[in-house]
Design a protein around this ligand. Structure first.
Ligand code: GRF
Length: 208
């Protein structure tokens, strides 16, 4: 049985979408894959209760108990590796990961980001898309590389050396007249909940 480990920090709605899809589509029987653990770096993450109610094993590793990013990531790796995961799925996990962590899970580490990467890597994606006058917005599921949200820092002339963003799937929504950050975020999030399970299902089907 292949194990999936999901990392969250907050609401966990993407985790819920993954879990409900896995259940509805019988991933353990049909794809030989199950969600082995939901791990949060925040003890108060609402997603923990949601995961518990969905019957998923939950764990908390509070980053505030660690002196450095490296120390936290090392402890997190131990927790994750105890499940020998085939895939580690970041679902609203609000931590910048160390290069060692990312290298350790190379080819197994997937993230969802609420923009059409490589546009708007980082925070406040919807605010920035609205400010830029974009007519479409969306979300991206991608392999995690050492750059934030899979996008290398833009150094002049460096584009040919930049790592590819490793895009696995994207969904596009319109920006509508009168949109604010919240209405746009809600429209994108509804697509995230469809995109992330679809991409993970495809990855699992490709390698089973
Ligand atoms: C989502 O928009 C996700 O793309 C971003 O953070 C948000 C998490 O939402 N990385 P949730 O915790 O899955 O509800």
């Amino acid at each position: 049985m292949r194990h999936l480990v999901i990392l969250i920090s907050g609401h966990g709605s993407n985790m819920e979408a993954l879990a409900r899809t896995a259940q509805r589509e019988a991933w353990p029987e049909r794809l030989n894959a199950r969600i082995a653990a939901v791990i949060s770096n925040r003890p108060d993450a609402a997603g923990l209760k949601l995961a518990h109610d969905l019957g998923l094993p939950t764990e908390v590793l509070d980053h505030r108990g660690f002196a450095s990013r490296e120390a936290f990531d090392a402890a997190l790796m131990q927790r994750i590796d105890a499940h020998a995961p085939a895939l580690v799925l970041l679902a609203g996990f609000m931590r910048i990961l160390t290069p060692g962590f990312v290298r350790h899970y190379a080819g197994r580490l997937v993230n969802i980001h609420p923009s059409l990467l490589p546009a708007f890597a980082g925070l406040h994606t919807h605010r920035r898309a609205l400010a830029a006058g974009c007519q479409v917005a969306g979300c991206t599921v991608h392999w995690v590389s050492e750059a934030v949200d899979g996008v290398e820092a833009a150094a002049p002339g460096a584009s040919e050396r930049a790592a590819p963003p490793g895009i696995l799937g994207q969904a596009v929504v319109p920006v509508l007249p009168g949109d604010d950050e919240q209405t746009l975020a809600d429209r994108v999030l509804a697509q995230e909940h469809l995109l992330y399970p679809r991409v993970v299902r495809e990855l699992l089907a490709r390698t089973s």
